[in-house]
Design a protein around this ligand. Structure first.
Ligand code: NOJ
Length: 963
């Protein structure tokens, strides 16, 4: 019996695999760079670029046709209202554009502009379309969670017939000068102009107008305006019932050479110019969340997610903008040298001019005046939310491939990882675990017993993640399909009927998560009694949520599809992935009544605000060195754009990595906040134990390094959760005064640990040069070698295949757990090791944050947050928030933590006065001594001390006298 059914599931699996392969071959053949629009193939991008070319070619005579009527202005409680008039013809015809300027308590300024006629619904829609007539104005509802309180102290300090000047922000050090004619805004901090809006006159709000018919013969100005209404690309025609409605604006960052952000793209973190020229791109950076199969490197082409937040940086100053628009958006960037007085000795500085172009929606821009990168990430997080505190295991290692073919396969991998003593926390199931690609079901033969699979994983603290996509197979007998149709919860087509498209399951409908009823229904599908076979250790992967539609324009949904509330897909496309991620998150937060656990949901598509809901990964990369290399700037850029829980597929999705590439990728992956190996269905198996020695051992060492440092990583997540600090930090962010680091995007600091890593991303390299940002001392993490560093110069670090270039900056205290175990859960109550990296002046500081990694009890004080410091030869631990921890009644986890102690302390860079055999510890009213071992400096290695079996409780205050 057993073997007969075994045979049959093998055949089914084989057939499934073949079907998937065919599907892939089909797609791979059809989706290429040319399947995605270039600017000249996108009507509104082309028109706005042409508008810019026209304006800039006549820069001395060009005047922007937008002006504020002075009588229309009013200022109250931190808000300025005005009417902008757009001149539309020589006869003096104008279009009215209501403008609101909000000065926020947080120090941000928000500029919003709408179109009165569309606001009043005074337009005619074409094709009898049932959609809304207004410009989309609900992005705020999804992206913004706070920080909108008005700064009622903002003062109007000057007003005449030409401009209004408002002072606002902390100590009124920010200033906005709003010029009337043409409309232009100048933002100053401490008297210096940092940002200008519309100073190049590229503001363009395409106002409503009736359709123009195709002219007979040649169009007057060479431009056939009739094409502004229907647009065809790749065989799909977009019907544009509201006609042209783009919104564009130029934003200049004066004397700023570097701009970062606006993920997701490949290429350097410091963004390139986009108007051609040597080494520059010729296309604008595009943001239009898409399933870009086989994406290319070093390109402004769009990828799966977008965050329209840009930071500009120069020595000692950071400023930025957040362009809140959920439609397709392109950004052109040019840099220009400022003209300098020939008599002046100062260098010509470079300014960055950007041009933002969105297809629809209102104009809505937030301006950040810094002055530090930290201010920007914090304020941006106040607005859009901070990274969710993760499920504890989610920051460990994830073992994934498309696909683990059966529950037995999963159990087998799980056992083999143990046999080879390779730690991991989560194993993943891709598409093929489902019955015929119907989500919330299991393939009955190969996954006949998901419960025993989940239980085996749970028995050593491991988790399972299963894929749930937004397309629902159309099939009458499939209950999810039946319900989505009968409850009318799917996205509609332009005729307002349920939209049907093609994805993995064949003909499908797409859940419309803009609809609150759909969110509620979707959430109910995750209940244990609906999604049978799932357990509390099952979590979710949301893929294909751009959404990917195989037969749709640019592999996504037609723009004239209709969502809940009557908005066109065009208006909300960028938010689509976030709303789906949100619906899954909402379902997962409580799968049984009364339960509230932290969900773990991975998303491929994202927008500003997605960081509140889980992790992202960079999609379908390739198993080559180039993709490994580009993963670092991509992950770093995610961090400074407010969504730091990011990683790339370790090993590369497509193809079969050589063994050296794979182990180098493990070493890099150990420094991604989200650390997951994944592989395409067509790729050979590559679980780390299959590599053979020395490769298995090298990959395992990288994994063990990650696991021992999990307390430091979790603390870095905590900082991201509290103030938006990136989890892995680029040099400009940690050292904003050091110009030499502003373009560096291949080395990183882990949180505030002072750990400086530069993974090897090139083949046959056995050393790397790490750029050193300051005058501190640096030690090699592994052998405590005192590096011969010099501020602003690089130091060469040896990196044979089994070594990760990793330094410790002097002045930090790093928390670790050193007992190797199978999963993070099994390490929960292990004692800690503290590594003190002693600074030049014999001081150091560090933090440890820890909570139960699963519930929301930390919101009620059930956590430990310590601050460690070394000064005057005393190392001590105090509560980082000066809380009265005794007043917190400990629940189960916090109680168990009372038995967890500091075990070892390693002090690297120890002065000879610490050469003692024992040291004294004082904690909780008691004093005791423990053994210390001093190792004098030798052969380039720094002196260090190991203090053994310290025994002070991790949650208690303690101090150790070293000399
Ligand atoms: C596309 C995703 O990017 C990839 O990671 C996944 O394996 C496939 N979809 C199949 O689900």
């Amino acid at each position: 019996m057993r073997s007969a059914s075994g045979q049959s599931w093998k055949w089914t699996t084989l057939l499934l695999v073949l079907a998937a392969l065919l599907c892939f071959v089909d797609r791979a053949a059809s989706v290429k760079e040319n399947d995605f629009k270039k600017c000249h193939q996108s009507g509104f991008c082309k028109r706005n670029r042409a508008y810019a070319d026209n304006a800039l070619s006549q820069s001395s005579t060009w005047t922007s046709p937008y002006q504020i009527t002075p009588e229309s202005t009013s200022f109250q409680d931190g808000q300025l209202q005005a009417m902008v008039l757009k001149k539309i013809n020589a006869e003096g015809g104008t279009v009215r554009l209501p403008l609101t300027f909000s000065f926020l308590k947080s120090g941000l300024a928000r500029v919003s502009m709408d179109e009165e006629r569309r606001q009043n619904k005074d337009i005619e829609l074409r094709h009898n379309s049932p959609i809304r007539k207004e410009r989309y104005n609900e992005a705020e509802k999804w992206s913004i969670v706070g920080g909108l309180d008005l700064d009622k102290e903002a003062q109007l300090v000057h007003q005449d017939n030409t401009q209004i000047v408002v002072k606002y922000g902390p100590e009124a050090k920010y200033e906005a000068a709003i010029k009337f004619s043409p409309f232009e805004v100048e933002f100053k901090r401490d008297g210096t102009t940092h940002i200008k809006l519309n100073d190049r006159g590229l503001l363009n709000m395409e106002h409503w107008r009736p359709k123009v018919d195709k002219p007979e013969g040649e169009a007057e100005n060479g431009e056939d305006e009739s094409t502004w209404w229907d647009e065809t690309f790749g065989g799909n025609t977009d019907s544009k019932p509201r006609g042209p409605e783009s919104v564009a604006l130029d934003i200049s960052f004066l004397d700023y050479e570097h701009v970062y952000g606006i993920p997701e793209h490949t290429g350097p973190m410091s963004l390139k110019q986009t108007r051609g020229g040597d080494g520059n791109f010729a296309e604008p950076y595009r943001m239009y969340n898409s399933d870009v199969f086989e994406y290319i490197l070093d390109s402004p082409m769009t990828l799966y997610g977008s965050i329209p937040f840009m930071q500009a940086h120069r020595k000692d100053s950071s400023v930025g903008v957040f362009w809140l628009n959920a439609a397709e958006t392109w950004v052109d960037i040019v840099k220009a040298k400022s003209s300098v007085n020939p008599l002046s000795l100062s260098k010509a500085s470079t300014s960055t001019h950007t041009h933002w172009i969105s297809e629809s929606g209102i104009l809505d821009v937030f301006v950040f005046l810094g002055p530090t990168p930290q201010d920007l990430t914090k304020k941006y997080g106040e607005l859009t939310g901070y990274t969710a505190m993760p499920q504890e295991g989610a920051i460990g290692y994830h073992q994934c491939r498309w696909n683990y073919v059966s529950d037995d396969d999963v159990k087998d991998v799980d056992r083999k990882m143990d046999k080879h003593r390779i730690p991991y926390d989560v194993i993943w199931l891709d598409l093929e675990y489902t019955d015929d690609r119907k989500y919330f079901t299991w393939e009955p033969n190969s996954f006949a017993d998901p419960v025993s699979m989940g239980e085996q994983l749970d028995s050593h603290g491991r988790k399972l993640v299963v894929l749930i996509d937004p397309h629902i197979k159309k099939q009458d007998e499939y209950v999810v399909s039946k319900q989505i149709v009968s409850k009318d919860l799917a996205v509609h087509n332009k005729e307002d009927n349920i939209y049907e498209g093609w994805c993995w399951p064949g003909s499908s409908n797409w859940v419309d998560c803009f609809n609150p009823k759909a969110v509620e229904w979707w959430g109910s599908l995750f209940k244990y009694d609906f999604f049978k076979g799932t357990l509390p250790n099952t979590f979710i992967w949301n893929d294909m949520n751009e959404p990917s539609v195989f037969n749709g324009p640019e592999t996504t949904m037609p723009k004239d599809n209709i969502h809940h509330g009557g908005w066109e897909h065009r208006d909300v496309h960028q938010l689509n992935g976030l709303t789906f991620h949100n619906a899954t998150y909402e379902g997962m937060i409580s799968r049984t009544k009364g339960e509230r656990r932290r969900p773990f949901v991975l998303t491929r598509s994202f927008y500003a605000g997605s960081q509140r809901l889980g992790a992202m990964w960079t999609g379908d990369n390739q198993a080559d060195w180039g993709h490994l290399k580009e993963s670092l700037p991509m992950v770093l850029n995610q961090g400074i754009a407010g969504f730091p829980f990011a990683g790339a597929d370790v090993g590369g999705f497509f193809g079969n990595p050589e063994k050296d590439l794979l182990v180098r990728w493990y070493q890099a992956g150990a420094f991604y906040p989200f650390f997951r190996a994944h592989a395409h269905i067509d790729a050979r198996r590559r679980e780390p134990y299959l590599l053979g020695e020395p490769y298995t051992g090298i990959a395992t060492a990288a994994l063990r390094l990650r696991y021992s440092l999990l307390p430091a990583w979790y603390t870095a997540f905590f900082h991201a959760n509290r103030d938006g600090s990136p989890i892995v930090r680029p040099m400009f962010w940690t050292h904003p005064s050091e110009e030499g680091g502003f373009s560096i995007d291949d080395q990183l600091f882990v949180g505030s640990t002072g750990l400086l890593a530069k993974p090897v991303v090139e083949q046959n390299k056995d050393s790397v040069d790490i750029w050193i940002p300051d005058d501190e001392v640096y030690y090699d993490y592994f052998n405590y070698e005192l590096m011969k560093t010099q501020k602003g110069k690089s130091v060469t670090v040896s990196a044979p295949l089994d070594r990760i270039p990793l330094l410790m900056r002097g002045g930090h205290i790093i928390s670790r757990r050193d007992i190797p175990r199978r999963s993070s859960t099994l390490m929960r109550f292990d004692d800690y090791t503290l590594v003190v990296s002693v600074s030049k002046s014999a001081v150091a500081e560090g933090e440890l944050y820890v909570d139960d990694g699963d519930s929301f009890d930390h919101e009620e004080g059930q956590y430990i947050y310590r601050k460690f410091s070394l000064s005057d030869n005393v190392l001590s631990s105090v509560d980082a928030e000066d809380r009265d921890t005794k007043s917190i009644k400990p629940k189960t986890w916090l109680k168990a933590m009372q038995d967890v102690s500091v075990d070892r302390i390693i002090l690297v860079g120890a002065p000879s006065t610490w050469n003692k055999e024992e040291v004294q510890i004082e904690s909780e009213g008691k004093t005791w001594t423990v053994r210390a071992q001093y190792h004098p400096a030798e052969k380039g290695r720094a002196a260090y001390v190991i203090v053994g079996r310290v025994g002070a409780r991790i949650g208690a205050d303690w101090s150790i006298t070293l000399a």
